[in-house]
Write a protein that binds this ligand. Structure first.
Ligand SMILES: CC(C)(COP(=O)(O)OP(=O)(O)OC[C@H]1O[C@@H](n2cnc3c(N)ncnc32)[C@H](O)[C@@H]1OP(=O)(O)O)[C@@H](O)C(=O)NCCC(=O)NCCS
Length: 172
């Protein structure tokens, strides 16, 4: 593994991003989608990345090992005036790159960016309550468990609770 670098997604990454999500969807049951269930086509992903250019409240950050995507973290916010301060965080690090600090660095960069974008004052997310590494990672950065959506995930006949987590961020 060479040194991991962090950069924004570019339009010509779209094909690799869709392939990455479709693959990691099969590596873990903790994501909301399964293998090959990522909801965007390459063309939709390209449009999404174009919409991020100059966007103050939405961002897609890639962790790159050379030309290979090691992890992706996103902040997605509504355009609505009353909700745009609240960014939803999504994160996944490919299995072979986990436990090396990449998830932490992705979140650290996104929190710093939120502090400086002039709009975001809160970050939210949902995670399965039994996703111990993810809950520990979020708590390390100051997220709190704000609620629980019981039986919100149904997988192979088993129900799983989702934690609603959030944090307020200070302005830079
Ligand atoms: C959750 C995830 C993003 C963490 O990424 P990562 O690169 O492995 O995280 P890091 O190496 O930066 O570890 C960060 C922290 O997570 C926690 N953590 C990571 N792996 C852990 C494990 N196996 N058990 C308990 N805590 C763990 C620790 O708090 C760690 O902090 P520390 O190293 O200072 O103790 C990664 O495991 C992942 O992508 N999982 C599958 C997809 C997923 O669950 N996404 C979140 C959906 S809500």
């Amino acid at each position: 593994m060479s040194e991991i670098t962090y950069r924004d997604a570019r339009v010509d990454d779209a094909e690799q991003i869709v392939a990455f999500y479709n693959e990691v969807g099969g590596e873990t049951s903790y994501l909301s989608f399964e293998a090959d269930e990522y909801p965007m086509t390459v063309s939709e992903q390209k449009d999404e990345i174009r919409s991020l250019e100059g966007n103050k409240t939405n961002r897609m950050l890639l962790a790159m090992d050379g030309d290979e995507i090691a992890g992706i973290a996103t902040i997605h916010s509504s355009h609505k005036i009353k909700a745009r301060h609240d960014g939803e965080l999504g994160i996944v690090v490919a299995k072979k790159y986990q436990k090396q600090g990449i998830g932490s660095e992705l979140i650290r960069i996104l929190i710093d960016w939120c502090k400086g974008n002039g709009v975001t004052t809160r970050i939210s997310l949902d995670t399965r309550a039994d996703n111990i590494p993810a809950v520990a990672l979020y708590m390390k950065f100051g997220f709190e468990i704000e609620g629980c959506r019981r039986n919100s995930t149904l997988l192979n006949g088993m129900y799983y609770d989702l934690y609603v987590m959030g944090m307020m961020i200070d302005e830079a």
